[in-house]
Design a binder for this molecule. Sequence first.
Ligand SMILES: [Zn+2]
Length: 267
Amino acid sequence: MPELPEVQTVINGLQDTLKNGVITSIECNYPGTVIYDPELGDEPFPSAVKAYERRGKYIIIHLENAHSIIVHLRMTGKLVWSTVGEETSKHQRACILVGDHHKIPFIDPRTFGKITICLTANVGSYVTKLGAEPLSPEFTADYLLQKLSRKKSPIKTALLDQSTVAGLGNIYVCEILYRAKIRPDRDSAGIRLPKLREVVKHTKAVLAEALANNGTSISDFRRIDDKTGEFQNFLRVYQKKSCPLDHPIENLRIAGRSSFYCPVCQK
Ligand SMILES: [Zn+2]
């Protein structure tokens, strides 16, 4: 499932290929994939792209004419830069048409992904309840302490909650907790400030490394040119048999999610 580094990698790819190109229309090929804001004004297309933005796991494409397109990849969604006339995937759920010659099919086998077309002024109402961006200066140990003090959940679950911090998912939370030496099932409210500083430090480090490697391709994630990311080669515990210190990795089920951790390194 795409998390912050994968979503940002897609945006970086759009910035390099789509750039400020003109979006001429968006086709919906699977019921419910494309959502139209009820306040949608005049026909939003054609319009040139004005700017790109990411909030948590949302890709936001702002158009020149005060409309925006919000893409949520969810579990298996991907955008692939293509030429008009290229073969269509059987999992194509929508298609963004660009100028006269290009298209960006939205391919999503599991069909949970969504593309919302709305007024730019209404973007906030579609990306609600998001906590701090983990790479922003706002994400500090004090911020986390305040967020976690009200939680009655394990630290793993608390960090997956998008209202605590926006953009983390299962893979990166496993990796962050390994580096911070915290068991994933530890009560989040009981973790003190010095340990939360470790969580914050390693969150920023893991995400920065993953971004530098164009994200993690374990299953479906692909870049805009359909190439894989590379960070799967640097994972320390996720889907691993042993940690870098050769201790066997265990897999704990927490809130329905696999939690890979090292019972020796993580306390
Ligand atoms: Zn270990």
